[in-house]
Design a binder for this molecule. Structure first.
Ligand code: LLP
Length: 463
């Protein structure tokens, strides 16, 4: 499908595109444990509950739309990643997926490190008490202010992304009388997405320095010469929503090839490699992601094998999962406003949010699941499209879903797996007020990011 034309119109008018599931699930009230967070169930009244609290009560107290985040699930996922990688590797939670001060505290308490990619994320992390040495700063165009803030704070690593930045970080560190630990981000000619990866000969993208063509090797040469830098290792990130480790295998092979070249050329063995994030989650029952221990085992094996073959000491490994930690932990709760049947086609169910709280469907053609949350229903399945309230036809939350045919205004719908890249990519389009994030645990709910108010909107508009 062409990405060059704006697809907001006819693209969405087609009936189920090829490959989409066309059969309704056996039980519309069932909640697939792969897709929903750990403590989500449907109670005896048929109402979806999370952390022991009913969706109906949560909607009453916090309004809709709102994101409800299952704290127990979040912490359990942190522990699963930390335990899978053990003490010989580092897990950095990628804050871009979703960051707030509560999240930073949980990450810290669960003994993970944190990857930030902007001054704002760094500020949030430091403000919530994340030790600076456990923070990594990313970005392809970090400003002098961002680098200065990071070096002054004493961040554990900066992942440098260009020749200019190598010089910039070194200069700032020297001026501050420091030696900054850095990794060099390289592009390995692998692009991975879901079940496939593509190995490409050259890279045509803004991140990193290419391995092919020698830019990465030149970056290493420069970094090794600068007093302000301590070169820790090499960083690679190959894509998003990846289910398979074969792309990482190619990446590790190529990164280790660079480590060998560095040893041969400079006589140094760099102590670290970071293989980035991108591990997939289940948005629908069709998705079957790997568990953290399977990923950890596979990555360790790959890196060890490649290093042995190259005669190198196995470096310390780090990974940066964002989506795989926070994605499955939250659902968005909406209220149905209108239901419009298009005979022979489908039924449009409009909810009180949309592309301002979840841009992923419109932006990436992402697929989501949806369930009636405020009650169970024995009605027949109907083919539905859950849409928002914004002024464009591409404002789709769930493109194809089966909902009970008696779904009606006032019902609550829950869309699972919205913990990653939904609130963090939310906008004020049509002057929507961005929804709150409410953490739920053991029968208690607490707002961790409050809902925007009309005063917030007007305060930015200085008239
Ligand atoms: N590390 C680096 C260097 C990254 O660029 C990213 C994501 C991650 C880690 C975390 O990736 P994760 O494990 O969360 O997939 N907005 C898109 C995803 C963009 C990801 C950008 N980089 C989405 O909604 O799917």
């Amino acid at each position: 499908m062409s990405r060059s034309a704006h697809p907001a119109g006819p693209r969405y008018a087609d009936v189920l595109p090829e490959g989409h599931y066309t059969a309704p699930p056996a039980d519309l009230n069932a909640l697939d444990a792969h897709v929903w967070s750990r403590t989500v169930t449907r109670d005896a009244d048929g109402v979806i509950t999370v952390g022991g609290l009913k969706a109906t009560a949560l909607a009453e107290e916090f309004g809709t739309p709102a994101y409800f985040l299952d704290e127990e699930d979040f912490r359990a996922r942190c522990r699963a990643w930390r335990d899978a990688f053990g003490t010989e590797a580092d897990v950095f939670y990628a804050g871009k997926a979703f960051l707030s001060r509560a999240i930073v505290r949980w990450i810290h308490e669960e003994d993970l490190n944190l990857d930030v990619c902007s001054s704002g994320e760094l500020l949030t992390a430091l403000d919530a008490g994340m030790p600076a040495e456990r923070i990594a700063l990313h970005g392809n165009n970090k400003s002098t202010e961002e680098i200065t803030r990071a070096v002054e704070a004493g961040v554990g690593r900066i992942v440098v992304d260009s020749f200019q930045e190598i010089a910039r970080v070194a200069h700032i560190a020297e001026r501050l009388g420091k030696r900054q630990r850095v990794l060099i981000r390289v592009t390995v000619g692998v692009e991975a997405h879901t079940h496939e990866f593509i190995a490409t000969a050259h890279e045509d993208q803004k991140f990193g320095l290419a391995l092919g063509g020698g830019q990465a090797a030149e970056a290493v040469r420069r970094a090794l010469k600068l007093d302000g830098l301590e070169l820790l290792g090499i960083h690679s990130h190959i894509g998003s929503q990846i289910f398979d480790t074969s792309g990482f295998e190619v990446a590790a092979h190529r990164v280790v090839g660079l480590l060998r070249q560095i040893r041969d050329e400079h006589g140094v063995e760099l102590p670290e490699i970071d293989l980035g994030g991108g591990l997939g989650i289940a948005y629908t029952s069709e998705d079957d992601p790997r568990e953290p221990y399977e990923i950890a085992t596979a990555l360790r094996e790959i890196v060890t094998r490649e290093c042995r073959a190259a005669g190198l000491t196995v470096p310390r490994l780090s990974v940066e999962p964002g989506r795989a930690i926070v994605g499955p932990t939250a659902f968005t709760l909406y209220e149905v406003g209108t239901v419009k049947e298009l005979p022979g086609l489908r039924t449009y169910v409009s909810v009180d949010g949309g592309m301002s709280d979840n841009i992923r469907t419109a932006l990436y053609d992402a697929e989501y699941s949806v369930a009636l949350a405020s009650r169970a229903s024995t009605a027949e399945p109907m083919l539905a499209r859950v849409v928002g309230k914004h002024c464009e036809s591409g404002d789709i939350v769930v493109r194809d879903a089966f909902l009970p045919a008696d779904t009606a205004p006032g019902d609550l719908l829950a869309v699972p797996a919205t913990g990653a890249y939904c609130r963090s990519m939310a906008s004020n389009y049509n002057h929507a007020l961005r929804p709150p994030v409410v953490a739920v645990k053991d029968g208690t709910a607490r707002v961790i990011v409050r809902r925007e108010t009309e005063e917030d909107l007007l305060r930015l508009d200085v008239g």
